[in-house]
Ligand binder design. Structure first.
Ligand code: PT1
Length: 282
């Protein structure tokens, strides 16, 4: 799959580092803001440099929080947060940049300033998103979410969560193909924590092979999420080891992109996995 500046090697698991431009991220809120509560591009570039030294392959830039309970922001506000960051990172570093957005205008404008991948938790479901994404020519990651962040955890229900997530994602792939997005440019993501109970998340994880079998590169994001908090009974600042363990298991089960906050720890875990798998190959 072709991403700007780098041909992404998806045969070995890639690390996507989360760069939150929101002042209220659930795990690292506001760390890129200066004392005057302004998003500070020099802090952004310093953070990206650290991520790259730690082994990140992709930088995921998001301006709208989608954690449970989060409310949408205006298009103007999202553009104002995201576009300068994508532009600055793209000018400074030769790294693939993904833009975590559901907003057509943000897709269009980010592509112009150097984004390599559109990561949409609403699977291009907003009006105009399919067309805007197709127009950019960029690869897209389609994620499953049941409901909207503000209410998605109120009472999630499925008859068969694995089947329903697979059916939803394949239907969205169909929509993409209809607007001219090449199937070779599509990634899928089951959307851990997006309108799912702990039991739903665990069932999906146990059956990750069924998502891999759909035939598209799989993205998995479990980093620091409440599902890990629920298993460990630990607050968000004590979920790193659990997150890395789960990311490593996802990689072993065939996930090609791991969306993480803790790049260095995840990179170590993946190195262990890689040498073990190389030994199996030899
Ligand atoms: C994800 C993802 C994402 N997650 C993709 N994009 C978030 N492709 C943002 C919790 O339960 O998994 N895949 N963009 C962050 N969203 C959440 C959801 C954060 C749930 C926290 C929780 O704590």
């Amino acid at each position: 799959m072709k991403l700007r500046a780098t041909e992404l090697e998806l045969s070995s698991p890639q690390i996507m580092a989360v760069l939150n431009t929101t002042p209220d991220s659930f795990s690292d809120g506001g760390s890129l803001y200066n004392d005057e509560s302004q998003l500070d591009l020099s802090l952004v570039l310093a953070q990206v440099e650290i991520f790259l030294q730690q082994g990140a392959n992709i930088i995921d830039v998001g301006g709208e929080s989608t954690r449970p309970g989060a409310e949408p922001i205006s298009v103007a506000e999202e553009l104002e947060r995201v576009i300068p960051v994508v532009e600055a990172v793209s000018k400074r570093f030769n790294v693939a940049i993904s833009v975590d957005t559901s907003t057509p205008a943000v897709m269009t404008e980010s592509a112009k300033v150097g984004a390599s991948l559109i990561n949409d938790v609403r699977a291009l479901g907003r009006p105009g998103a399919l067309e805007a994404a197709a127009e950019t020519g960029l690869p897209v990651c389609l994620m499953h979410m049941s409901g909207e962040p503000g209410s998605m955890q109120d009472d999630p229900q499925y008859d068969d969560v694995v089947q329903e997530v697979c059916d939803f994602l394949l239907a969205r792939v169909g929509q993409c193909v209809e607007v001219g997005i090449d199937t070779g440019k599509i990634l899928l993501d089951p959307g851990f924590g997006f309108g799912k109970t702990l039991a739903h998340n665990l069932t999906l994880f146990r059956h990750l092979d069924q998502l891999v079998a759909l035939g598209f590169p799989l993205m998995v994001g479990v980093s620091r999420k409440s599902m890990i908090g629920a298993i460990l009974d630990k607050p968000v600042d004590q979920r790193i080891i659990g997150s890395v363990a789960m990311a490593m298991l996802a990689a072993q089960r065939g996930a090609q992109i791991l969306r993480v906050h803790d790049v260095s720890a995840t990179a170590d875990a993946l190195k262990i996995l890689k040498v073990l798998e190389d030994i199996n190959d030899g």
